[in-house]
Design a protein around this ligand. Structure first.
Ligand code: SF4
Ligand code: SF4
Length: 417
């Protein structure tokens, strides 16, 4: 169904087909609507997020090779623009910046003038949001933008965001969104979702509309209704990606596993490898912890308070009067993993992990949380088996004692007393 409106024809249904050449028009329409367009581009041998001046800056023909502690871009055999997995940065840097001024204060005539940092939030279009990252934005919305935080700076920035998601057809070796239920197909929250279809002779996108704003934007772009054949092709490419994940996680059992693993020996094992550098928390699209820093000028007339990303891996993060309550590497890694996969559910109603794999790739020593979970699970099973064995032995012993007490000799002995 379509609806005519000033500036174009509003598409109410879909999906639609868009030629690769129309990406320029889509980006132009977003810019004309007042959005700063942000998307992936190649820089410094990585696919990073940056303001896009034109569609030509997208990483056409570039893919990535991912491994624990390893990231490398590679030339693809096709010209796909979105044929790469989650990169070093996430969209978190735009919605929840690494460093942000909260307020400043000036002294004049013995009085203090406090000025809140309330610059207007920019309107931004995020182009190329992977499904895992779309889920991560949803998780940060829940933590930083709702309830008592509904009036936060995060919420103001989030309100100005237009999202063009891209369904994944080629997951990376460290991806496990399927097990976390966050991909490879984009869930709710996008304005437009693209599925890239590229071959030697053709390069186009299947476009799904996710919001009225998405329908309005698509009205500015040349598209045609997609036929069943192309739609089926695109949907099955995404469905196949679900079976090609580089890793998996037993998502259902995680809450209980984390709750029962407080004393696991595996924490000592991982602590021997972990550098407590905090890279995993910086790269993670859902980690949100911060600290504050006060700075003043040399005259003492001007001071500022800044909010900075912090990490549960830093000693200062858990510093209370008397010292840090998590002084061992063991306790800091345990805090991170058990919060992310366990107590996050209790606090926010979901997992804190979306399976993007960034913490695996950007860990300098290649610690892989899926491996750590598998090891914890194996340890828990072994402990369960040992407990069951001990219980069985105890029951057998009790039974033997009972049987012994029922034998005539034993009874006679008892009667003699
Ligand atoms: S798990 Fe890896 S990235 Fe995270 S703190 Fe330890 S060494 Fe750093
Ligand atoms: S914990 Fe690791 S895999 Fe999970 S969302 Fe964070 S960075 Fe991605």
């Amino acid at each position: 169904m379509t609806e005519t409106q000033p500036g174009g024809t509003r598409h109410a249904d879909g999906p639609f087909l868009m030629d690769v050449t129309a990406l320029s028009q889509l980006l132009g329409a977003l810019e004309a609507a007042g959005y700063q367009v942000i998307g992936p581009t190649v820089s410094d041998d990585a696919i990073i997020l940056s303001e896009l001046g034109s569609a030509a800056q997208l990483p056409f023909g570039w893919g990535v090779e991912l491994a624990p502690g390893g990231y490398r871009i590679r030339q693809r055999s096709d010209t796909a623009a979105f044929g790469h997995s989650a990169g070093p940065q996430s969209w978190k840097q735009y919605l929840h910046p690494p460093r942000e001024k909260m307020w400043s204060v000036d002294r004049s005539g013995g009085e203090f003038d406090v000025v809140p940092a309330d610059e207007p939030a920019p309107r931004r279009a995020f182009v190329g949001v992977r499904p895992c990252d779309l889920s991560a934005i949803g998780i940060q919305d829940q933590v930083l933008g709702r309830g008592e935080h509904a009036g936060s700076r995060y919420a103001a920035r989030r309100a100005g965001v237009f999202i063009v998601a891209v369904n994944c057809t080629e997951p990376g070796a460290t991806c496990f969104c399927t097990s976390m239920g966050t991909g490879p197909e984009a869930g709710p929250g996008y304005d437009l979702a693209l599925t890239e279809l590229v071959s030697d002779t053709d390069h186009k996108f299947l476009v799904d509309i996710g919001s009225p704003a998405g329908a309005d934007m698509l009205a500015q772009v040349p598209v045609t209704p997609a036929g069943d054949g192309t739609t089926g092709l695109a949907r099955s490419a995404v469905a196949q990606a679900a079976d090609q994940m580089g890793r998996s996680m037993p998502a259902d059992a995680l809450h209980g596993l984390m709750a029962g693993s407080y004393d696991a020996a595996r924490w000592d094992d991982v602590a021997q490898r972990c550098l407590t550098c905090g890279n995993c928390t910086m790269a993670c699209p859902t980690c949100f912890c911060t600290t504050v820093e006060d700075v003043s000028d040399l005259s003492g007339e001007h001071a500022e308070r800044w909010q900075l990303w912090d990490s549960c891996f830093s000693l200062s993060f858990s510093y209370l009067p008397g010292g840090s309550i998590r002084s061992s590497d063991h306790s800091r890694y345990r805090q991170w993993l058990t919060h992310k996969l366990g107590t996050w559910h209790d606090q926010f109603g979901s997992s804190g992990c979306v399976g993007c794999g960034r913490c695996i790739v950007w860990c300098p020593v290649g610690i892989d949380l899926t491996e750590e979970v598998a090891a914890l699970q194996a340890e828990a099973r072994q402990a369960e088996a040992q407990q069951a064995e001990a219980q069985q032995a105890e029951a057998q012993q009790a039974e033997a004692q009972q049987a012994g007490s029922r034998t005539p000799g034993a009874r006679a002995g008892g009667e003699q007393q």
